[in-house]
Write a protein that binds this ligand. Structure first.
Ligand code: HEM
Length: 431
């Protein structure tokens, strides 16, 4: 009797789960959803990008998967992406909550904040402050030019030797952001910058690795003492340290950097807030905001630069052969190079997940859920203008018939840095 009751209970439970995990009416199609486990068997834990492409072939540009019990819609291709992110931008402007990345930042900062008054307030402050630091004497351009001098000097010290540019570019990108955030530049052998860059690399691997997929798919593991928590605490402590150092040395009303501006704003809020208004500014928000900007600015920029460098290294024969005809030409070409390198680098292939802010429609499907913008599918889609037609870029007329045009353009990026010759020691005979 008892065994029958247990069996009946299990049967009812499975039936409920099965019913709950069915796709709602007019929801985008997708692979089989296993109750509790979702679409985990269709996605590789290490690198799900190829699986996303396979699913696109089976189900079309807009399809759905399940992250555990949570449905998510994957958007592919220029047409669907434009409808969601441009035409219906406000409907798709939210951020999902309760995922791995939210856990890391505890809902604070700007990148993972949901669409709403807090996000708007923090984002407005960030944009105004960063714009102010991009003008006048302390301009961003000036900082970048200064940093390039240090890159050149590092390269010069290594003439005739082999070196890995990875750490150098991470240090350089991090340093430019450090100057905006903390009004500080660090030498490349400084322990603090090494610590920042090392932890960013570690956290980046964790975010893009199997832990994130497991965490999102199996809520049951969330309360365990998981290894990633230690890495993130280390990163948070570094940010906390910068805030307390600034508190000790700042002069109120005379901000040196982003951090000082935020502390000034925080003070204004403390003195002016009435019991009826609730401000979103707080020291805890600041700590995560600093990490958001530092992290977002370091990994993205340095990996893009690394890809540009890879072009130079793999095609050394075209280095130093170019004589640009005029400045306008150089600017035009430079912009084209940056776009092409960014396209090929594909830094954030699945962007940062979005969420619909209300029930809406996309390509005639009804959607009200997590949204995964598959940026890779857009960057490599054929037939939507010259820059997203693979191979088209190298045939542009200003290349003068050179088939390795994109590389030649990349060389100009290189030659703007310096008249240095970079090559891959494994493939270069004369090295
Ligand atoms: C090659 C360089 C970069 C690439 C490829 C890149 C890419 C992206 C992408 C794909 C997003 C998601 C947009 C969306 O939600 O639809 C994003 C958001 C963001 N990025 Fe970047 N990024 C780069 C550089 C930077 C830098 C230098 C900073 C700051 C110093 C930065 C700060 C941010 C912030 C704060 C957001 C969140 C915006 C919001 O939710 O309101 N990024 N980035």
């Amino acid at each position: 009797m008892f065994a029958s009751l247990v069996l009946l209970w299990v049967f009812i439970w499975i039936a409920i789960l099965h019913f709950k995990s069915r796709r709602p009416k007019n929801f985008p199609p997708g692979p089989l959803n296993v109750p509790l486990l979702g679409s985990i068997f269709h996605l590789s834990l290490e690198n799900p990008l190829k699986d996303f492409e396979k699913l696109r072939k089976s189900y079309g540009d807009v399809y759905s998967i399940f992250l555990g019990r949570e449905p998510a819609v994957v958007i592919n291709g220029v047409k669907a992406m434009k409808e969601a992110m441009v035409t219906k931008a406000a409907d798709f402007a939210g951020r999902p909550q309760g995922l791995f990345v939210n856990e890391l930042v505890d809902g604070k900062g700007v990148i993972m904040a949901d669409y709403g008054s807090k996000w708007r307030e923090q984002r407005r402050f960030g944009l105004t402050t960063l714009r102010n630091f991009g003008l006048g004497k302390n301009s961003m351009e000036e900082r970048i030019h200064d940093e390039i001098k240090h890159i050149i000097s590092t390269l010069e010290k290594n003439i005739g030797k082999t070196m890995s540019p990875r750490v150098m570019f991470h240090n350089a990108a991090s340093n430019i952001i450090c100057q905006v955030l903390f009004a500080r530049r660090y030498t490349y052998d400084d322990e603090l910058i090494k610590l920042f860059v090392g932890i960013f690399n570690e956290v980046s691997k964790i975010i893009n690795g199997p832990w994130a997929t497991l965490y999102d798919s199996f809520p049951i593991i969330r309360n365990l003492p998981l290894p990633f928590q230690k890495a993130f605490k280390k990163m948070e402590n570094l940010s906390r340290r910068m805030v307390s150092e600034h508190r000790e040395t700042r002069v109120p009303g005379e901000p040196r950097d982003f951090l000082d501006c935020y502390l000034d704003e925080l003070e204004k809020v403390i003195y002016s807030v009435s019991c009826y208004t609730k401000s979103s500014f707080s020291e805890e928000e600041l700590i995560i905001y600093l990490l958001n900007l530092h992290f977002a600015g370091t990994d993205t920029t340095s990996n893009t630069l690394l890809t540009g460098f890879l072009y130079l290294m793999n095609y050394p024969h075209i280095q130093g052969n170019t004589t640009p005809p005029c400045l306008v030409y150089v600017i035009f070409v430079m912009q084209a190079v940056i776009h092409e390198v960014q396209r090929m680098t594909n830094i954030v292939p699945l962007s940062i997940f979005h969420r619909t802010t209300k029930d809406t429609e996309l390509m005639a499907y009804s959607i009200g859920t997590i949204v995964i913008p598959n940026l890779s599918s857009v960057l490599f889609e054929e037939g939507h203008g010259e820059f997203v037609r693979p191979g088209a870029f190298i045939k542009l007329p200003f290349i003068c018939g050179q088939e390795d045009g994109v590389l030649r353009l990349a060389v100009w990026v290189g030659s703007c840095i310096h008249k240095l010759y970079v090559c891959n020691p494994h493939t270069h005979n004369n090295f």
